[in-house]
Design a protein around this ligand. Structure first.
Ligand SMILES: NC(=O)C1=CN([C@@H]2O[C@H](COP(=O)(O)OP(=O)(O)OC[C@H]3O[C@@H](n4cnc5c(N)ncnc54)[C@H](O)[C@@H]3O)[C@@H](O)[C@H]2O)C=CC1
Ligand SMILES: O=C([O-])CC(=O)C(=O)O
Length: 338
């Protein structure tokens, strides 16, 4: 049955999807949307999930009924607008792609006014119903929505269990670098640090074997870095008013969810970039930062240092920090004043 699903089949073959895997209930909040629908389908194909809870203010019962016919073992239920708390009952992992996407000419920060309160209200519900769940935040601006969730949790905030999903930047880096070098994207691993918008996205290409032929600071490198930082804009422009990345984002979110689920199930050595509460640049006033994070049963097990970076990458980092501080503060102040 899984012959059409090579990535999942490999996972199964490694034994982590065996019947000894723990029962894991996952909720998607915003499941009726452009990301939510394909993400729900991909999570239905995830052997480490036993139960899927799909919530949206529009259309989730329909998406739930549809996805529930897929012939994998997990159960699926869609919940309408007035059943958020029921949707969160007993949930271990909550993935949140709820909120509006960009239109051409907008920055991610332009989404703040609409999405900040959506994310805050969903976080209020998760902190009440499933306070120990791992939270995977997709809604933009991620640099602000993740601090919003942390601030909403207040004393209940567990920094090990809150993740801004920056995986699409990693996915794009592999793909775009592969287009330049001719290497297979599947073989390329790029550590992307910082945040998730424009210049806060910092790909550490000097640490990637396949990027060694690029002259750091040269035109080709500069073009590639710019494409990685502004890859989201390419999609927004091509969709011409109909939204932003949905399919590649659903893929990226399912990839990150799988990494976390494998770690929760005891697999060791899973290290992926994610935007988390981080000590790395705390002294400079940056409370949240994306870097390589080692995942474990409790969520964040270890936050890795950046390692050796080139002078060109240091410049990118210097440009990232002030924007990141602004975005994080904006989220924290929103919760403090609401
Ligand atoms: N982290 C990342 O790398 C990426 C983040 N995004 C962000 O993801 C978000 C969603 O994007 P799309 O799925 O394309 O948008 P969409 O508009 O297609 O879907 C959003 C869904 O959220 C639902 N929603 C709104 N308020 C809600 C609430 N209070 N509770 C539950 N559901 C609610 C809507 O009904 C809709 O179905 C946007 O903010 C977008 O910017 C998009 C791509 C990549
Ligand atoms: O560009 C956007 O607004 C959506 C997004 O975060 C991405 O595609 O990276």
């Amino acid at each position: 049955m899984f012959s059409r699903l090579p990535r999942l089949a490999v996972r199964g073959a490694r034994g982590f999807a065996s019947s000894s895997a723990r029962q894991t209930k996952v909720a998607v909040l915003g499941a009726g949307g452009g990301i939510g629908q394909p993400l729900s389908l991909l999570l239905k194909m995830e052997p480490l999930i036993s139960s899927l809870s799909l919530y949206d203010i529009r259309g989730a019962p329909g998406v739930g009924a549809d996805v529930s016919h897929v012939d994998t073992n997990s159960t699926v239920k869609g919940y309408p607008a007035d059943q958020l708390e029921a949707a969160l009952e007993g949930v271990d992992v909550v993935v949140i792609p709820a909120g509006v996407p960009r239109k051409p000419g907008m920055t991610r920060d332009d989404l703040f006014n609409t999405n900040a309160s959506i994310v805050r209200d969903l976080a209020k519900a998760t902190s009440k119903v499933c306070p120990d769940a791992h939270l995977l935040i997709i809604s933009n601006p991620v640099n602000s929505t993740v601090p919003i969730v942390a601030a909403t949790y207040g004393a209940k905030f567990n920094p090990k269990r809150l993740f801004g999903v920056t995986t699409l930047d990693v996915v794009r880096s592999s793909r775009f670098l592969g287009e330049v070098t001719g290497d297979r994207p599947e073989d390329i691993k790029v550590t992307v640090v910082g945040g998730h918008s424009g210049v806060t996205i910092v790909p550490l290409l000097s640490q990637t074997e396949q990027a060694k032929s690029l002259q750091l600071g040269g035109a080709e490198w500069g073009k590639l870095v710019h494409r990685i930082q502004f890859g989201g804009d390419e999609v927004v422009k091509a969709k011409d008013g109909a939204g932003s990345a949905t399919l590649s984002m659903a893929y990226a979110a399912s990839k990150f969810t799988n990494s976390l689920l494998r770690a929760i199930n005891g697999e060791k050595g899973i290290i992926v970039p994610s935007f988390v509460r981080s000590p790395l640049f705390e002294a400079e006033g940056v409370d949240f930062f994306s870097s390589n994070v080692e995942l474990g049963p409790e969520g964040v097990e270890k936050i890795h240092e950046l390692g050796a970076i080139s002078p060109e990458e240091q410049k990118l980092l210097d440009a990232c920090i002030p924007d990141l501080i602004k975005n994080i503060k904006k989220g924290q102040e929103f919760v403090a004043s609401s």
